[in-house]
Design a protein around this ligand. Structure first.
Ligand code: AMP
Ligand code: ZN
Length: 140
């Protein structure tokens, strides 16, 4: 993100949006992108991100609300190809588990394991899994 002096504070999601860092993108429109989470909680865990850097939901401009919600709903529609059950979540602040301070919605498909908020070990997605699930989620 750029501040008023044009100084860039490092932000991994801004880097992804600008093409400076890799990601498996599954959706993009004028205002938002969605890509696979690098450490997915489940298969098909997607992050929906506004292109404009804001730390949190309450930093959005009201005119940005509908674009972001449209992108979230479109990603949910695609995730329904994988499972009808999923969580949509936003972590706001360190104590709520936010580790990337560029606003993002998690869309986390749920399969046959109950207890969506139980913590489970997370491993980095493999390239072949990213290609496989990215293919399932690509396209309208
Ligand atoms: P949060 O805890 O809500 O801030 O979520 C940040 C998410 O971003 C975590 O689920 C991370 O696994 C994910 N993440 C961090 N770096 C990357 C990256 N380079 N590409 C994709 N996902 C990432
Ligand atoms: Zn950013």
């Amino acid at each position: 993100m750029d501040d008023e002096q044009g100084t860039r504070t490092p932000c991994i999601f801004c880097d992804i949006i600008a093409g400076r860092a890799p990601a498996h993108q599954v959706y993009a429109d004028g205002g938002c992108v969605a890509f696979l989470d690098l450490f997915p909680i489940t298969r098909g865990h997607v992050l929906v991100v506004p292109k404009r850097h804001v730390d949190r939901l309450t930093d959005l401009r009201p005119e940005e609300y509908s674009d972001l919600l449209r992108a979230v709903v479109e990603v949910c529609r695609r995730v329904e190809r994988l499972s009808p059950d999923y969580n949509v979540a936003v972590n706001q602040g360190r104590l709520a588990g936010q580790i990337v301070f560029h606003l993002h919605f998690h869309v986390i498909p749920r399969y046959d394991v109950p207890g969506p908020f139980a913590t489970t070990p997370r491993t980095r997605i493999t390239e072949s899994e990213a290609v496989s699930v990215g293919h399932a989620l690509a396209g309208p």
